[in-house]
Ligand binder design. Sequence first.
Ligand SMILES: Nc1nc2c(ncn2[C@@H]2O[C@H](COP(=O)(O)OP(=O)(O)O)[C@@H](O)[C@H]2O)c(=O)[nH]1
Ligand SMILES: [Mg+2]
Length: 223
Amino acid sequence: MSAIRVPIVEKIFDANDQIAHQNKQLMAQNHVYAINIMASPGAGKTSFILQTIKHLQSEFKIGVIEGDTAAVTIDADKVAAAGMPAVQINTGGECHLDASMISNALPQLPLDELDLVIVENVGNLICPAAFDLGTTINLLVASVPEGDDKPYKYPNIYRGLNVLVINKTDLKPYVQFDMDYFTRGVQLLNPGLTTFPVSCRTGEGIAPWIEWLKAEILASRQG
Ligand SMILES: Nc1nc2c(ncn2[C@@H]2O[C@H](COP(=O)(O)OP(=O)(O)O)[C@@H](O)[C@H]2O)c(=O)[nH]1
Ligand SMILES: [Mg+2]
C-alpha cells in the first residue's frame, strides 16, 4: 500500500510547487517582495508584523495575508487597524497555508501598488515547512519561552529558512534559554543563517531587521 501513497504525496508537492512558481512570477511582475512568516502559535508573528509595518509604512506600501485555521479575523483586524490592506485566509482546519490559497488571495490585494506582502502562516512548526508559497523569503519567528531545543526537535522548518527571528528576548531573565545551545542547533541545520534577536514588546533589535529588509527590497528591484 505504501508504494501507492508515495506518488500521490509527490504529486501534491509537485502541484504546489507549480502554483508557488506562478505566485513568484506574479509578484516579480509587480515588483513585490514577499515574506512567509512561520512560527508556533503565540511566538509573536502578528506582533512582529505590526512592528515591521510600524517602521516601514512611511517608505513602503505593505499588504498582509493572514492565515488562520478558523474563521476568526483577530489578526487580520489588528493589521487592518494599522491601516494596511489585509486578506484573511481560513484554511478550514488545515495546519498550513499552501500555494493555491496564496494564489486565490493575491488578486484581492492591490499588488501593482504594493512593495511588500507579508504572509502570516498558520501557527505550526511542522506542516508549513513542507509547502512553498512562492514568497521571496521564508522567515521563522522563534521565541525564548518556547525553549532552546526547538531546532533539534523541528529540523525541517529550520533547514528551509532564509531568516530567523528570535523573539521575546525581554523574557530571557525569567526563562531557561541557552542561546549557545540554540544557535549551535541552528548552525548545524542552516549554516550562516541570517538571524535577528528581537523583542516585539520593547522594540529592542527591531532596527537591524528593518535596515536589512529595506536593503533587500531595494536590491530585489535591481535584480
Ligand atoms: N514579553 C513579550 N511578549 C510578546 C512579545 N511578542 C509578542 N508577545 C506576546 O505574545 C503573545 C502572542 O503574540 P502574537 O503576536 O499574537 O503571536 P502569534 O500567535 O505568533 O501571532 C501576545 O500576548 C503578545 O503580546 C515579546 O517580544 N515579548
Ligand atoms: Mg497571529
